[in-house]
Ligand binder design. Structure first.
Ligand code: SF4
Length: 371
């Protein structure tokens, strides 16, 4: 029985056919782990060969002050908390200049949802225009669908007009956060004040229609069921089938420290299964990331042979996962990331936020590329 399900999935995934919810549940639960990893790797090799992507980037989290206070979130704070912070665009630029951004290709910009008295729409637009002016060459991958929906509310514009205006201000691409698990029952338990799954998908559909590429995520390992995760993955698959606007999918392992939800860390086996299952179920997504900050460098390296083709980037000041108990370093060098890629027998390819202008990482550049 297991063999016949596996061979059906294999045939469908390799010929570009949509899996059923039951087949995705099977990948997430009962499928033989070695078979699953092998199939995920086969799909990854078919798409990319040994090319494995890495970006010199910086994470910018402009504030942690949030009015939503999702139960799973360890990053957010109330304005009166000791650890609350709020950065003006000029302060962000000053600190980037002080640290140096030589060779950086991408700013990954996400924050919390501060009350309207603290930040109006002009604040968010100002982050983009100020960064664009100060760092002409660096691509701006900014604002989750949750932030964009909030900005539309602040500005009084539609989501479409808000995105058009943000694009005009310098937005190149959008990250994939805020998706969590789309099912209403899950959102009610872990993030009741966040936009719905349908709203998240609608923002991304609009972005794709406007030529803004985006990423997608799924936060797993909390209260969700395999069926809810399968439905989440297939809703993403369907949107990708419709628009082709997603660049990468990033499975996000829930971390239980410092929040109101509590629970357990996921295991390495669960993490491998989720990365590999994502690669098989989302065979229309160009890239699957093994985000080393959540998994650590060693497990992320193994994932490169289990369906992932991208380790993300140098990051430098990661705040969100570290607030939730991550033990990986807060930032690494390009040469370290290239080292784990080569250690897996693969080829490190330097990319930008849009997966353009790619070139193989050259060790001779090592000193210049230390970040
Ligand atoms: S996940 Fe985002 S919206 Fe939710 S509390 Fe954290 S920062 Fe706020």
């Amino acid at each position: 029985m297991r063999d016949s399900v596996q061979s059906t999935i294999e045939r469908k995934a390799l010929s570009g056919e949509r899996l059923t919810p039951d087949e995705v549940v099977f990948l997430l639960t009962d499928a033989d782990l070695h078979w699953l990893g092998g199939l995920a790797h086969e799909i990854r090799m078919k798409l990319h060969g040994d090319r494995t992507y890495v970006v010199a980037n910086r994470h910018i989290n402009y504030t942690n002050i949030c009015q939503n206070r999702c139960l799973f979130c360890s990053f957010s704070a109330d304005a009166t908390d000791d650890d609350a912070y709020f950065l003006q665009p000029d302060e962000i630029v000053e600190s980037l200049k002080a640290d140096g951004v030589q060779d950086v290709r991408e700013f990954h910009i996400v924050g919390a949802i501060p009350p309207r008295e603290l930040a109006d729409y002009g604040y968010y637009r100002g982050i983009l225009t100020t960064l664009r002016e100060a760092f002409l060459e660096v691509q701006l991958k900014a604002f989750t669908a949750v932030e964009v929906a909030w900005m539309a509310e602040l500005s009084g514009m539609s989501v479409r007009d808000t995105l058009l205006d943000l694009k005009d201000a310098g937005l190149d691409a959008m990250p994939g956060g805020g998706a969590e698990v789309f099912a209403d029952e899950v959102r009610l338990q872990i993030c009741p004040d966040k936009i719905s799954g349908d709203e998240w998908l609608a923002v991304h559909r609009t972005a794709h229609e406007l030529g803004i590429p985006t990423n997608a995520t799924m936060l797993y390992g909390h209260v969700e069921t395999p069926k809810q995760k399968a439905e989440h993955l297939l809703q993403l698959y369907d949107l990708q089938d419709e628009t082709g606007g997603f660049q990468a999918f990033i499975p996000l392992a829930y971390h239980p420290v410092g929040n109101r939800l509590g629970g357990e860390f996921t295991t390495g086996v669960e993490d491998l299964r989720h990365v590999a299952a994502s690669r098989v179920a989302l065979h229309k997504f160009p890239h699957i990331k093994a985000y080393w900050v959540e998994y650590g460098l060693k497990l992320a390296q193994v994932m490169l042979l289990w369906g992932a083709d991208d380790v993300d980037g140098t990051v430098v000041y990661e705040r969100i996962y570290h607030a939730a108990g991550a033990t990986a370093p807060k930032g690494v060098t390009i040469s370290e990331l290239a080292g784990i890629i080569r250690g897996a027998g693969l080829k490190p390819i330097m990319r930008d936020a849009l997966y353009r202008d790619m070139r193989e990482y050259e060790p001779v550049d090592e000193d210049a590329q230390e970040v």
